[in-house]
Design a protein around this ligand. Sequence first.
Ligand code: HEC
Ligand code: HEC
Length: 492
Amino acid sequence: MKTSLPNRRTLALPALLRLLAVAGATALPAYAAAPVAQPNEEGAALTFSSTGSIDTNNPFFKPFGNGRACASCHQESQGWSVSPAALQARFTQSNGNDPIFKLNDGANSPNATITSLEQKRAAYNLLLSKGLIRVGLAMPAAAEFTLVKVEDPYGYASAKELSLFRRPLPTTNLKFQNTVMWDARETLIDAQSKLCIIGSRPAKCFAPVDVDLLHQSNSAVTGHAQAAQGLTAAEQRAIVDFEKTLFTAQISSKVAGSLDAAGGKGGPLALAQNNFYFGINDVQEGDYQTGAAFNRAAFSLFGAWRGLDVRPPPPPAIPGRPRPPAPPPVSSTDLARASIARGEAIFNNKPFNISGVGGFNDELRRPLQRGTCTSCHNTPNVGSSSVPRLFNTGTSDARLRTPDLPLYTLKNIATGEVVQTSDPGSAMQTGKWKDIGRVKVPSLRALEARSPYFHNGSVNDLTALVKFYDKRFGIGFTPQEVVDLTEFLKVL
Ligand code: HEC
Ligand code: HEC
């Protein structure tokens, strides 16, 4: 399934061995291929596997049912998601016959006509333009709301099956996850578990994420791959074990050079060494294990690069001696590194008012909260949420809906209130009015490899994403802050 790309940068074997030694991997398997950096606009991302190599014999790469494999939608070269540019190339090369182009959930509507190539191109437009897969979900039973109107440009969606267009989430860095799927529909509730959100009434307790992932792998095969039979237990185990060995991060930047040089802690190896457990740094309760208070400085990758753009003052002139040469100008690499370090500090520390966020202001009982990006993206050096909290930051709001997405009008049965949304998010699971539009907080590593962003691919690049937040929360970033924060996000 791996596409061959030009300009691949291969790690030299000694570097690989060093990586493996530090990660505590056992002997290098005989077949191990060196990890290969995957180029992207900013530089390159690298996936490191704690087993030493990416085992393409794993059932993750095996076609099931309709010919799709997990890797059809989760590709290493695209941050283990899929990118529109690569999808367009796959479409052209295969005349639209690559297995990702299937009517069940690759197309805008399962009923689309796909006789001619042009019809196919139109039918798979959302996949080709934004990398979106159609998640078909029925209205939940006994919901607090009814579906009063459907505006589906493709004439398919109804209460029986809403069409929700969503980006494939990366199948890497799963060590740091506790919430599976945008709407958490594979985050299994387990009343016996000790993994509970502190202070939740009624108690919200969850199965270990390993259980979620095993279940999810099977749903993917019977769903996306339309297999008549599910996976064997051994295949589920093999897939999940494979996924859990993967760590992906940006490794180099065209402007800032190696991200693990000069004290920088970028790249997948440093990432793999981060600790993680349920509740490691929750905004509300702090560290569930040590009891330490919440630490908003969740990212500590590039602190060593702070101030690299500051030139030391010229040495004082000594009378009677020739003036010593001025220090060399700051290199463009150091300028870029200093910008990244400022971006990290903005992400951790720049305060703004968080208000009107479903799942935040209401659940935490703080109607107006002074917070930072890490109030939600708080898992250290990863940026997922330390406990399964889902938020509605407005990404599915009717006013941001583009005409290529369906729009659903929902009515609260008890109050008569009406809301319009392109994706009800976790309310499709819980049936609760308050959960409309809530989605999980995704991990933020290897972002550059997997644009476009948000569950519906609604922002194309990281500058646009920073501007979305600036507007949503009235942050008032200066132009320089927009640049610095964007540069930081690009090298995660
Ligand atoms: C047709 C494309 C497609 C195929 C094939 C596919 N996936 Fe996915 N995957 C998605 C989409 C889309 C999502 C997000 C859906 C959502 O959240 O509603 C996703 C989400 C996931 C997630 C959740 C990650 C997270 O952070 O929550 C995992 C894990 C995953 N897929 C694993 C797999 C595995 C394992 C297979 C093969 C058995 C597979 N996928 C096959 C499209 C696909
Ligand atoms: C109130 C909680 C909250 C705050 C505050 C917040 N985020 Fe997010 N962030 C989310 C949620 C939820 C998503 C997923 C939204 C979606 O996909 O619709 C998200 C998504 C993202 C993504 C896209 C990831 C992807 O894979 O598509 C990036 C990047 C991001 N946030 C950066 C930031 C930055 C930068 C800030 C600070 C300016 C910030 N976030 C503040 C909750 C938050």
